[in-house]
Design a protein around this ligand. Sequence first.
Ligand code: PEP
Ligand code: MN
Length: 291
Amino acid sequence: MVIINHNTERTASVSEQLRALGFGTGRPVVIAGPCSVESEGQILAAAAAVKAAGATALRGGAFKPRTSPRSFQGLGADGLRLLAQAGAATGLPVVTEVMDTAQIDLVAAHADVLQIGSRNMQNFALLKEVGRAGKPVMLKRGLAATIAEWLSAAEYITASGNFQVILCERGIRTFETYTRNTLDLSSAILARQLSGLPVIVDPSHAAGRGDLIAPLSRAALAAGLDGLMIEVHPDPAQALSDNEQQLTPTAFASMMADLGLAPETEEQQMARLDAAIRALQAQRDRLRGQA
Ligand code: PEP
Ligand code: MN
């Protein structure tokens, strides 16, 4: 069966584009932002809030895969433009979904990472083409996909020569109804081991409810996974999609602080650098002692 395992030192093999997202830095990647881009004010407010709380990238859907055709379908090209504007305003790279081969060039012109959503995990025509844009691709696990199916889907992307694939576990469909889906951490861990690719966890779509986001995020990081994708909206109750699972900026900031992921103050940065300098000096002294 599998595939892709580069078997190299993960941090050493991280490309510049993945490093810009926060991969390979030793700290978890946190992609945060609203389910959908809804307006200029909404995405700018969300971007500023997630940046201030320590997020490393901004998300926001412009082309939305909605179960019902009567639901909000996203702002399309206008949404991409607003998302790119919010990314530029905050210095955050942006992640957004591409649903169709015909949208790839347009989305790639605005986004730093192209997201393949759950419902398209086995859209093989899309998988074959999306890697050619030369941007990292975030491949969400299908609603009922096995690990082997998920990794085979990733292999469709890497077959184009683009190995910048990020896997995202977003919950699978089970018999449970208290949650929207069931977060499958064991598969996320196995997918990481088997593929050598970075794996992040999206507790927002897995749980479908705000109260589980923080504990599930903690569990994902404790399991050694590479990061999180969290939906954050300036006013979740008014959101045009997924209003039950999006965190307020305040709840997101408090979760980030609890996880130790809030941005460091200048003082903390200096203390960390001082400690690193002291450790290097001690290492140098030991070498000199041996010489
Ligand atoms: C999303 O992340 O915007 C999304 C639609 O999620 P999923 O494809 O996992 O349902
Ligand atoms: Mn959503």
